[in-house]
Design a protein around this ligand. Structure first.
Ligand code: ISJ
Length: 271
C-alpha cells in the first residue's frame, strides 16, 4: 500500500476529488500542510506527496511523477504578502509555517526587484498575521482567502507579482515520489483524479463554499481562473527559472549540482 499525502487546503480539492476511490486498496491518502508533507516525504513517513516544488530541488532523488500540480498563470488569491511598510522598506518578514515554495518565492522577488534580504521569522499556524511584529507577513492557503484584519500599507498577490515579473506561470506544488518507491500506474490515477475534479468544480465549490465562508461563484473562479492544475511547457520553464533564482540567494542548490534533477522527470509529462 502506497502512503500518499496531499495538501489539506481548498486549492487541492479538485486534484483529489476521486483519488481515494481511484486508489482503492493501492494507496492510503492523508491530508496535511504543504511543509509537513515535505518533511514526511523526506523522512520516509510518506511515499508520494503533493509537496512544495522548492522541496523537490532540495532533496536529491525526489521525482515529479505527474503533470497534475498546483500552479497559477496570474493572480492566485491565496498567496499574499501583507506589508505594513512600503515594499522597498521591508526589513523583517514573517513566513507562513505551512509554506516552503511561496516562502522562497517572496524572498526571490524582494531580492531581484529591490535588493532586499529581510530577516525572516516563522508565522505559526495558530498565530494571527496582525499579532506579529514583522514589517511584512506571508500567508498562504485557506487563511489567505479572507479579507485581512490588520492595517497594511501594501498587499501583494504573489501569483500576480511573479507572473507579471517573469511573464511565466508559477508552480507551487507537484506530486513527488521518494526514491525506490514503485509508482507504476500512479501517474495515470493522479491525472484521472485531477480530470474528474476539474469536471466537478461546480459541485466541489458548492460543497466547500459555506463551510469556508466563501461564495460558490468565488470558489468556482478560484479553481478555474486563479489556479492551474496542469504542468505544461510554460510551467516547466517557470520551475527552472525559480530554481535558478532561489539558488542565486542560497535557498537551494543549483540545478547542475543535482544529477537526479526533478525537472528532467517532469518533462516526460509534457508534450
Ligand atoms: C496556491 C497555494 O499553493 C500552495 C503553496 C505552497 C507553498 O507555498 O509552499 C505549497 C503548496 C500549495 O498548496 C496556496 O496554498 O494558496
Amino acid at each position: 500500500m502506497i502512503r500518499i499525502g496531499a495538501v489539506s487546503y481548498l486549492n487541492t480539492k479538485p486534484l483529489i476529488a476521486s483519488l481515494r476511490d481511484r486508489l482503492a486498496d493501492r494507496g492510503q491518502l492523508t491530508l496535511n500542510l504543504p511543509s509537513r508533507l515535505a518533511d514526511d516525504l523526506n523522512e520516509g513517513r510518506l511515499d508520494v506527496a503533493l509537496i512544495p516544488i522548492i522541496e523537490s530541488f532540495r532533496t536529491p532523488g525526489l521525482r515529479v511523477i505527474s503533470d497534475a500540480g498546483i500552479a497559477c498563470r496570474g493572480p492566485v488569491w491565496s498567496v499574499r504578502l501583507l506589508s505594513r511598510v512600503p515594499i522597498d522598506q521591508i526589513r523583517t518578514l514573517a513566513l507562513d509555517e505551512g509554506s516552503r515554495t511561496s516562502a522562497a518565492m517572496v524572498q526571490v522577488l524582494l531580492w531581484e526587484r529591490y535588493g532586499l534580504r529581510p530577516q525572516t521569522v516563522p508565522l505559526g499556524m495558530e498565530q494571527l498575521p496582525e499579532s506579529v511584529a514583522a514589517d511584512a507577513i506571508l500567508i498562504i492557503g485557506d487563511r489567505a482567502m479572507h479579507p485581512e484584519q490588520g492595517v497594511y500599507e501594501q498587499i501583494w498577490d504573489l501569483g500576480d507579482q511573479w507572473c507579471r515579473w517573469t511573464e511565466l506561470p508559477f508552480v507551487f506544488a507537484a506530486w513527488v515520489a521518494r526514491p525506490g518507491v514503485d509508482v507504476s500506474g500512479l501517474a495515470e490515477i493522479l491525472q484521472a483524479s485531477r480530470d474528474d475534479g476539474l469536471k466537478a468544480v461546480q459541485s466541489i465549490a458548492r460543497r466547500e463554499a459555506a463551510r469556508h465562508g466563501l461564495t460558490t461563484e468565488d470558489l468556482i473562479d478560484y479553481f478555474r481562473v486563479n489556479l492551474h492544475y496542469r504542468l505544461e511547457a510554460g510551467e516547466l520553464r517557470a520551475m527552472e527559472l525559480f530554481r535558478q533564482k532561489a539558488a542565486a540567494i542560497g535557498l537551494v542548490r543549483p540545478a547542475d549540482d543535482d544529477p537526479g534533477r526533478p525537472q528532467g522527470a517532469a518533462e516526460r509529462f509534457v508534450e
